[in-house]
Structure formats: structure tokens, C-alpha cells
Design a protein around this ligand. Structure first.
Ligand code: SAM
Length: 229
């Protein structure tokens, strides 16, 4: 049986084969800015790590990184880069739904560019995982999209809306099953009760391309938080 993520992973495998730096070469700035606050040799989980621009930057700063992503191609590229750099990174080829961590919890959890691909039920499952894979003092860093995204207006007119299940967001499914979820402006921290907000910024992000795609920009949410207890 095809997993519910199969269509996405075939797309991602192809896209990463063509453009290994599909989401850029540099790590997210919030990771570089807040990494000095992590514990020494922090254990970091990068959920949806792709080809590892963030995992590799954290490993180069002496953190112990575990990356998960369902794309075999992404992890092959990440592993080759990790070996070339000498900073070893453990990877698991799976969705967050299927992941069984080899440790009880992580000091840092990164989720860059994944929430917009999940429907509300998927986001709720991921929130449950974040809760069980973190401890008091754990850091959470994420990048997601809000309804200020230039694509939001068009999608809200022509795609089927999915019930939000109480989350502060709007979600849409296209005929091929692709999901796009956009948080309501300013509301993302509500889904993390019990986490101290360290950094929260929402703005129109920079123009960029993914491989040879059309230039685009996103209504970008950056969020860094620390678990209270
Ligand atoms: C937009 S890319 C971002 C990649 C990377 N985080 C970055 O910022 O460069 C989203 C990644 O999430 C992965 N992904 C999709 N569904 C996933 C899931 N259910 N669990 C974990 N990763 C997933 C995709 O394979 C893809 O590599």
C-alpha cells in the first residue's frame, strides 16, 4: 500500500536529485542566532531535515544531530555531506508519524518548512510528538507560513478547505492531495501552551526560487520557544 506521504516523497526525491540545495545552502538564521543558547553538545532532532542545511550547521557547532525525513534521496545527499565534513549525523528515513526515537527526549527540536505541508490532523499528531520528545528546557525552532502568504488568496478561492480542528489556521487540499496550511496572523504560539516564547516574528519573506521554479515569497512565521516544564 502506498503510504499517505508517498506522492510527496516521489516529488521530493526527484526534486532533490535535480537540486540538492532545493531549500537553500545556508542554515536558517534563527538556528544560527539561537544556537549559542543551546546546551553544549545538545541533542537536536531535525524533523523534515531535507538535505541537511540546518542539521549540518548544528553538527558543525558540535551538537549531536538526528535528522528524519521520508525522502531517501534527501538523506543520501545529507549523509554524503556529513561524511565529507567529518560531522556525523544520524538519519532515519521516515515520517515523524513512524519515528521511534532512540532516546527519551531531545534538547532541541527543529521543524523548518514542514507545517505548511500538513493537514490539521497531521499538525495535531506532530504537536503530540513534540510534547513527548521534549523536556523542561528543550528548545523548539520552527518556520511556518501565515495567511499573509501571497498564495493564500488564490488557494482559498479555488481549493477545498479542510476543517481546522480547533487550530488557528486555514488548510486546503488540491485535487492531487497536496496540502497547504496557513496560520492566522500572530496566532501560532497558541498551539504551544507551556512553552516560553523567545522569538516570534511574522513578515513577508525574501524572494527565492526552488531549483528552476518561479520566484516566490512566503508569509513567513519564525518561532523559537523554550519548554517551561
Ligand atoms: C520544505 S522541505 C524543508 C527541508 C528542510 N527542513 C529545510 O529547511 O531545508 C520539507 C521537508 O519535509 C519532509 N517531510 C514531508 N513530510 C514529512 C513527514 N511527514 N515527516 C517528516 N518529514 C516530512 C520533506 O521530505 C521535505 O524534505
Amino acid at each position: 500500500m502506498r503510504s499517505r506521504y508517498a506522492w510527496q516523497m516521489e516529488d521530493y526525491d526527484l526534486a532533490y536529485r535535480k537540486s540538492p540545495d532545493l531549500f537553500g545552502e545556508c542554515a536558517e538564521e534563527i538556528l544560527l542566532d539561537f544556537e549559542p543558547r543551546f546546551p553544549r553538545h545538545a541533542l537536536m532532532l531535525d524533523i523534515g531535515c531535507g538535505t541537511g542545511r540546518n542539521s549540518l550547521a548544528a553538527a558543525a557547532r558540535a551538537h549531536r544531530v538526528l535528522g528524519i525525513d521520508p525522502s531517501a534521496q534527501a538523506l543520501e545527499i545529507l549523509q554524503a555531506r556529513s561524511e565529507a565534513s567529518g560531522h556525523l549525523i544520524e538519519t532515519h528515513q521516515c515520517s515523524f508519524d513512524e519515528f521511534h526515537p532512540p532516546v527519551q527526549s531531545f534538547d532541541v527540536i527543529c521543524i523548518f518548512g514542514l507545517l505548511q505541508m500538513l493537514d490539521p490532523a497531521g499538525i495535531l499528531r506532530l504537536l503530540g510528538k513534540i510534547d513527548s520528545w521534549s523536556h523542561a528546557g528543550s528548545f523548539l525552532l520552527l518556520v511556518a507560513w501565515n495567511t499573509g502568504d501571497p498564495k493564500f488568496g488564490h488557494l482559498s478561492e479555488c481549493r477545498q478547505e479542510i476543517p481546522s480542528r480547533g487550530l488557528p489556521l486555514r488548510s486546503f487540499r488540491s485535487s492531487d492531495g497536496a496540502i497547504r496550511s496557513f496560520f492566522l496572523p500572530g496566532r501560532l504560539p497558541e498551539i504551544f501552551p507551556g512553552w516560553e516564547n523567545i522569538h516570534h516574528e511574522e513578515k513577508l519573506g525574501p524572494w527565492h526560487r526552488h531549483g528552476d521554479s518561479e520566484p516566490e515569497r512566503h508569509g513567513r512565521i519564525e518561532y523559537v520557544a523554550r519548554r517551561e516544564k
